[in-house]
Design a protein around this ligand. Sequence first.
Ligand SMILES: [Cu+2]
Length: 314
Amino acid sequence: MRWAPLIVTAELCAAAVIPPRTSSCVNPVKRVEWRELDAALQTQYIDAVLCLKTRPSGLGLNTTRYDDFPYVHTHLDKSIHTVAMFLPWHRMFVQVYEQALVDCGYTGPMAYWDWTLDTADVTKSPIWDPVQGFGGNGDPSIDPWTGSSKKKCLVDGPLQGLEPAYTMGGYEPHCLARNWNSGVAFPGDMFAQHYTKEAVDTIHALEDYASFRYRLEGGPHGAVHSAIGGDMSPATSPNDPLFFLHHTQVDRLWALWQRENPGVRNMEYAGPKTQDENTAEATLDDIMPFMGLTEDIKVSEVMEIQTPGLCYTY
Ligand SMILES: [Cu+2]
C-alpha cells in the first residue's frame, strides 16, 4: 500500500478546506420504476442503450462504450462481489452508466425494475415487453455455441440482434441471451420467493450493514440474475441492459434502508474487504477500482446519494 500516506494527507487537506459535499446537491433527480416512465422516455432509454453500441470505448478498447461495462465488471468480479464493496461499487457503476445514457441522448431519470411487483408471475412482467420493454426470454432452440445449452438468443424486442462483445472467455461477440429460470423446469417460478415483498421486508429489517449486504446480495440480487439467466448469469452480466435496472433496484433498497436511520447508516460500512479467507475488515477509506471507467474513489464518497457526485433520490 505505497500510496497510503498520500491518502491520509489528501484526507486531512479535504477536511480542512473543502465544505461538506452535501451542500450543493440542490435538485436531486428522483429515480423511477420502469413502468412509471412514459412511453416516450421508455423508447428514449432503449434508444440510448442501443446508441452505446455505436460509441467508441472510453477505455481505449477496440469494442464499444456498451461493452466497457461488462468488460470492467468482469475484470473486477472478485473484488466487487461477496464483499462489503458490493453495494457502493455498484452504486457508482450505475451512476457512470446513467451518464453514458445521457451522453447518448437520454433525458429522463435512471429507472429501476422493482421485481417485487411481479413475483406473482415474473414471466408476465411488463419489463419483457417487446416494444415498451427489453424483450423476453431467449429461444431455447437457438444455441450459438456448440456444446452449450445455456445460451439462448433473444427472439423479440429492441435488443434482438445486438451483439455484446465479451464473454467470460474474452472477446467473443455473441447474441444477447436469456435463459429464464436458468433453464431449470422452464419456465419455472423464476426463483420468485427470494425477491417477494416479504423477502425484501425481512432484509430491510436487518440492523447492520454487513448482514444487510450479505442477505441482499445473496438473496434477491442473485436470484434475479439466475432467474433471467443467459447473459445475466456470469460476471459479464452487464451485457444485458436489464442489469442496470436490476442494480438500480438493489441500490434503491440500500438507499431506503439507509434512509431509516441516516445519521448512522450513511456511515455504516462493514464486512469482508476481499474474498480472501483471512481478509481485513472493510473501511470507508477503501478505494474502489474502476479501471478507467471513472476515477477510482473512496467508498465514503458514495455512501450518501444526495451529494454533488451522485445527487439523486428514490
Ligand atoms: Cu456485479
